[in-house]
Design a protein around this ligand. Structure first.
Ligand code: ACM
Ligand code: ZN
Length: 494
C-alpha cells in the first residue's frame, strides 16, 4: 500500500528517492525499550528474512512530541521507526499497512519515504457492550489487535447492564452466579473471571491500549439488584419494558458499601486512571416512592431525585478519587452538579445536538465525545426502525462528525480528551460485529487520529476500498457502507 493510502492518514509524508526491495524478507532489530513493538511486528511478518533481509530498526527516542508520535523512514536498504515505546507501536501499525500490496498479500517492494506522525486526539476509544450479549474473551483479544491496527488506544468495556453482570467479584459471588445469567438466551449468559480480565488488560497494554471498565450507577443495574434484591428500593426487583425501573436504592448505606467493595476489586484488575460510572437513563420512579431515598433527600437537603442521583454519583466518584482514580459519567450527570474533576461523556446528539458538550465545557469539565448520530456504529439497533433516516448510519455520516465543533475557545478545545465509537449489543451478537464495525470504524479512526480539517470524503472512500483486501487477509469482512438494519437476524447468523 502506498503511503498516501494509509488509514488513518499520517500527519506528514515526504517521498524519498528509490525503492526498498523486500523480496529477501525483513529482520526486526529492536533497540532497548522497543520490546512490545518488536514482539508485535515479529508476530505479523510473513517472511522473516535470510541474509538479504531488510533490517527494521526500532529505536526508542524521548517522546517529546507526545507518547504516540513516531517517525518512519523507508530507505533503499533499511526501514527505521523512532518514537516512544507506544509511538513505536503506532509506527508498526503504519508499517503493517505499507507491507501489503493491493491484493492484501506481502508487497515485493516499498517506495522510499519519510513519515512524521502524531494523533489529533489523545483518547481514541471503542466501546464494546459485553452485557446485552456476551462477547467471548477470544473475540475481545482479537478486537484489541484490530484496535491497534486502527491506532485506537482505549477499550471501554461496558461490563454491566440490565441484561447481565459480566465481571467476577470475589466478595459478591451472587453477581456472577445470578447476575450473569438473568437472561434465558445462552448468548446473553456468561462472565469474565478476574484472571481473564487481567490477561486482557496485559494484552491491551502490550498493544498500547488501556482498558476502561464501566460499572453503571445507578441505572442499568437490574442484573446487580436481581443478584442483591436488598439493594433495590422495593427489595423485589421486577422486569418492565424499556429502561428498568428497579435500580440501586440511593437511600441505603448498604448500596454504597456494596459499590465500594465492587469498585475496590475493579481497581485491582484495571489499572486505568479512569473508571466509567455510567449515570445514563436512570428512571426515578422507585426513588420517588422509597422512604429511604426520600429520607436521604431530606437529610442531605437535596432538591429532589435528580439531585439524589448527583449525590450518589459524587459519593461513588469520591471513592474512586480516594483511590487515586477519576470518574467518567454519561452526560445525564450534568443534571446534578458533578465534581469538576468528573469527565462528562457526551452522547445524546440525535435528540440534543451538542448541548451537553458545550454545557460540560462551560462548567469546566473535561469531555469525551460519542455523539450518537455519528459514533454509534450499532445504529440502527432496532429492525423496526430501519427506514428512519435519522437512525441510519453510513460511512459519509460517520465521516462528517465534528468531535470538537466550531466556536470553542482553545482552552475549551484542550479539555476535549477525545472520542469513542460505540457498539451496543441489544440486537447484535459477536459474529455480526465485524460487519457492523467495518468499514465505518475506519472513518472514526481517521477523525480521531488525523487532522479533521483535511478531510475529503471522495478521497477517503477510495482509501477505504483500497484497504479492504488487507483487512480481509486479517480475517475482517467489510459490511456495507450504509447500514439500514442489523445485517443478519439472529436466526440467520452463522
Ligand atoms: C447510552 O447510549 N445510553 C449511553
Ligand atoms: Zn430507595
Amino acid at each position: 500500500m502506498r503511503p498516501e493510502e494509509l488509514i488513518p492518514r499520517p500527519r506528514a509524508i515526504s517521498p524519498r528517492p528509490g525503492r526498498c526491495d523486500l523480496r529477501g524478507g525483513l529482520r526486526v532489530l529492536p533497540g532497548p525499550g522497543a520490546e512490545a513493538a518488536a514482539a508485535w511486528l515479529s508476530g505479523r511478518l510473513s517472511r522473516i528474512g535470510d541474509g538479504r533481509a531488510v533490517p527494521v530498526a526500532l529505536a526508542v527516542r524521548p517522546a517529546d512530541r507526545g507518547a504516540e508520535a513516531y517517525r518512519l523512514v523507508v530507505a533503499p536498504g533499511e526501514i527505521r521507526i523512532e518514537g516512544g515505546p507506544v509511538g513505536l507501536l503506532r509506527g508498526v501499525a503504519t508499517l503493517g499497512q505499507l507491507l501489503a500490496d493491493e491484493g492484501g498479500a506481502p508487497a515485493a517492494e516499498l517506495p522510499c519515504c519519510e513519515i512524521e506522525d502524531a494523533p489529533a486526539f489523545a483518547w481514541r476509544g471503542l466501546l464494546l457492550d459485553c452485557s446485552r450479549h456476551f462477547l467471548s474473551t477470544a473475540w475481545l483479544r482479537r478486537a484489541l489487535d484490530v484496535m491497534a491496527e486502527l491506532k485506537l488506544n482505549r477499550l471501554h468495556l461496558h461490563l454491566v447492564d440490565d441484561q447481565g453482570w459480566r465481571m467476577e467479584i470475589a466478595s459478591r459471588p451472587k453477581l456472577t452466579a445470578i447476575g450473569a445469567f438473568v437472561e434465558d438466551d445462552p448468548r446473553q449468559r456468561g462472565f469474565y473471571t478476574q484472571a481473564e480480565l487481567r490477561e486482557l488488560v496485559a494484552l491491551a497494554a502490550a498493544r498500547g491500549i488501556e482498558v476502561i471498565p464501566e460499572i453503571e450507577v445507578p441505572g442499568h443495574s437490574y442484573a446487580a439488584v436481581r443478584s442483591h434484591p436488598e439493594l433495590c428500593c422495593t427489595r423485589r426487583p421486577e422486569r418492565n419494558p424499556g429502561h428498568q425501573k428497579d435500580l440501586y436504592c440511593a437511600g441505603r448505606e448498604a448500596t454504597f458499601e456494596f459499590l465500594d467493595a465492587v469498585l475496590g476489586e475493579v481497581l485491582e484488575v484495571f489499572p486505568s486512571e479512569y473508571v466509567h460510572l455510567g449515570g445514563d437513563e436512570a428512571p426515578k420512579d422507585r426513588w420517588r416512592e422509597c422512604p429511604d431515598c426520600q429520607r436521604r433527600i431530606r437529610e442531605e437537603r437535596l432538591s429532589g431525585e435528580e439531585e439524589l442521583q448527583s449525590y450518589m454519583f459524587r459519593r461513588v466518584a469520591r471513592y474512586l478519587e480516594s483511590r487515586g482514580r477519576r470518574a467518567i459519567g454519561w452526560e445525564e450527570i450534568l443534571d446534578g452538579a458533578p465534581s469538576p474533576d468528573t469527565v462528562v461523556h457526551w452522547w445524546r446528539c440525535r435528540t440534543h445536538g451538542d448541548a451537553a458538550l458545550r454545557r460540560a465545557l462551560a462548567a469546566g469539565h473535561r469531555v469525551l465525545c460519542s455523539p450518537n448520530s455519528f459514533t454509534y456504529l450499532s445504529f440502527p439497533v432496532n429492525p423496526d426502525e430501519h427506514f428512519r433516516p435519522e437512525r441510519t448510519s453510513d460511512l459519509e455520516k460517520v465521516y462528517s462528525a465534528r468531535y470538537a465543533p466550531e466556536g470553542l475557545s482553545p482552552e475549551e478545545r484542550g479539555r476535549i480528551l477525545g472520542a469513542e465509537c460505540c457498539v451496543w449489543t441489544e440486537h447484535l451478537v459477536e459474529e455480526q460485529l465485524d460487519a457492523m464495525l467495518f468499514p465505518r470504524v475506519l472513518a472514526c479512526a481517521e477523525l480521531m487520529w488525523s487532522d479533521p480539517a483535511e478531510r475529503n470524503l471522495d478521497e477517503f472512500r477510495r482509501r477505504v476500498r483500497l484497504a479492504e483486501p488487507r483487512w480481509r487477509t486479517l480475517g475482517v469482512e467489510y459490511g456495507p457502507e450504509t447500514v439500514m438494519q442489523p445485517l443478519r437476524t439472529f436466526e440467520e447468523r452463522t
